[in-house]
Design a protein around this ligand. Structure first.
Ligand SMILES: Nc1ncnc2c1ncn2[C@@H]1O[C@H](COP(=O)(O)OP(=O)(O)OP(=O)(O)O)[C@@H](O)[C@H]1O
Ligand SMILES: [Mg+2]
Length: 517
């Protein structure tokens, strides 16, 4: 219908002029906006269909579960069949037919799709801090924890690893504070509590291995059509932070992993970010800057990012300015605030002499939109009133049994289903603790064989004065011990003290880990 474009609908006087989104500018990002019930989800559906048909893989989140219908063809017995065909006629969409698309289902919870995981290390301290809503001070400590994990060779895979590392950090905080600055117990405690909250929100499902391989979402099927990756997000929306942070992680991962391709003929992947306001709601400036930066740079990796939101005002200006392809469904104009937002939204378009953009945004019907796509040289086209094309795939959710079948027979079935728990920070620290415990037990046994006088002395030593780090404690003790009991005794004292330290570590790690479980 349109060469090298995704057909989106008909514009012009009688909706008869085909409107398309050029594939070579599809990596210049986009926006789908509009009040509830105005047609955003169907627009997302037809865009996904169009990209897939053009061989471009798509990633999208399914917030209400109604996009799973992409996996099935529409039907002539469907109640909207007549509405769809007459709409197709009106816009001159002669080749309109029903069709199913290659879909891969994903689910952070592993119920409605293949599990999708990443590791704590890959998520990184910045996003984790955001995920756990940490304060600046707490984020600082998380940064130290990550650095230490690196230095100590402790892989951070799942939340258990992070938990164990925090306990270890707490245990050694006196020494570590000298090196890294103050590490307060209360901050560590606060992070641990946030970690529990994250676990309760389903965060433990997200972290672990096997971690998602990007090639699995950038796949095409045997016919060369792009796979449409659908992330089940209905339950996930109950934890908006988790949802937004996960998508942001996926974006930054794409950005970091993919090679530069400049401006390709068509994108390598198109990424739809539904309920995008969740990403920006009370986000710190640093995070918005990062999103802005990722959006700007990911273009040259051939990834197009499309934000879907009710009101374009939800998207920070710097980011909005980068969204070249726009489908603006109707906006409400009930309150003065609504009208200001509408006016602002209208001002960002190239005026069409045929109509007022502001009025059009207020008036367009359901499944109709004010559109502006990038044209030659990447210049935004004049605004059009476009009747969006009807979908070829099924409108509304896929039947549950069919969905199960899809997941079971997908090309990656079985690859991610079983959780892998290889040796990482938790296991390593636990092993260290067990070794220390064994050593402590050995020393204790020896202690039992000691004469009474020496045992009393040892017991007294335990409570005398400030703790000193192990290396310096030997010297201090030796001097003092020499004054009183002599060389032989000193050796015992030093051993005993090492034993105490050992026990202290054990209590710390195991006690901290099992508390609250
Ligand atoms: N392009 C279209 N072709 C045919 N029908 C459409 C189209 N767009 C919307 N509709 C009709 O309008 C209904 C509502 O559209 P849609 O679900 O996309 O709205 P929405 O903006 O996503 O709403 P919400 O904010 O509630 O999710 C659809 O179920 C469909 O019946
Ligand atoms: Mg919707």
């Amino acid at each position: 219908m349109l060469e090298n474009s995704v057909f989106i609908g008909g514009g012009g006087e009688d909706y008869g002029t085909p409107q398309g989104l050029r594939l070579d500018y599809a990596n210049r990002h986009g926006l789908v906006a509009g009040a509830t019930g105005t047609g955003k989800t169907v627009t997302l559906q037809i865009l996904a269909e169009g990209f897939s048909a053009a061989g471009v893989p798509v990633f999208l989140s399914d917030v209400k579960g109604d996009l799973s219908g992409l996996a099935a063809a529409g039907s002539e017995t469907f109640k909207l069949h007549d509405a769809f065909t007459s709409r197709a006629e009106k816009i001159g969409f002669d080749s309109y037919s029903y069709d199913a698309f290659p879909v891969t289902f994903w689910d952070l919870l592993g119920e409605q799709g293949h599990p999708v995981r990443t590791t704590v290390a890959e998520m990184g301290p910045l996003l984790l801090a955001r995920l756990m809503e940490l304060s600046e001070a707490q984020e600082g400590i998380l940064n130290i924890a990550f650095r230490l994990a690196d230095e100590e060779g402790l892989p951070l895979l799942d939340l258990k690893d992070l938990q164990a590392l925090l306990v270890w950090l707490g245990e050694n905080r006196t020494e570590l504070s000298l090196r890294y600055g103050n590490i307060s117990v209360s901050s560590i405690g606060a992070i641990q509590r946030r970690l529990l909250v994250l676990e309760n929100q389903g965060g433990s499902n997200l972290f672990g291995e096997p971690a998602l391989e990007l090639s699995d979402i950038m796949a095409t099927d045997a016919d060369g059509r792009g796979r449409i990756n659908i992330l089940a997000a209905d339950k996930l929306m109950g934890s908006p932070r988790l949802y937004a942070t996960f998508l942001l992680w996926l974006l930054s991962e794409l950005f970091e992993e993919l090679p530069e391709v400049g401006d390709p003929d068509k994108p390598r992947l198109v990424f739809f970010f539904d309920e995008a306001h969740l990403l920006f709601d009370d986000a710190p400036k640093a995070l918005i800057d990062k999103v802005e930066q990722v959006a700007r740079l990911i273009r040259s990796k051939g990834v197009g990012v499309y934000f879907i939101t009710q009101n374009p005002a939800d998207v920070p200006e710097d980011i909005l300015g980068q969204l070249g392809n726009r489908v603006q469904h109707a906006l409400r104009a009930f309150t003065a605030k609504d009208r200001r937002a509408l006016k602002l939204a209208a001002e960002t378009y190239r005026e069409n002499p045929r109509f007022s953009t502001e009025e059009a945004i207020r008036e367009v019907g359901v499944g109709e939109a004010v559109t502006s796509m990038l044209e030659r040289k990447g210049i935004p086209g004049v605004v059009e009133r476009t009747l969006i094309r009807p979908p070829s795939s099924q409108l509304g959710p896929l039947d549950t049994a069919l969905r199960r079948k899809h997941i079971a027979t997908s090309p990656i079935a079985g690859k991610y289903e079983a959780l892998l728990d290889r040796e990482s920070a938790y296991e390593i620290l636990k092993k260290r603790a067990e070794e220390a415990a064994a050593e402590a037990a050995r020393v204790e046994e020896q202690e039992d064989e000691m004469p009474m006088a020496q045992r009393e002395f040892n017991a007294a030593r335990r409570y005398s004065g400030a703790r000193v780090s192990r290396s310096s404690s030997r010297n201090t003790l030796r001097v003092k011990a020499d004054d009183t009991y002599g060389e032989a005794l000193t050796k015992m004292v030093v051993k005993e003290l090492s034993g105490t330290t050992g026990r202290r570590i054990v209590r710390g790690i195991l006690g901290g880990l099992f508390k609250g479980r």
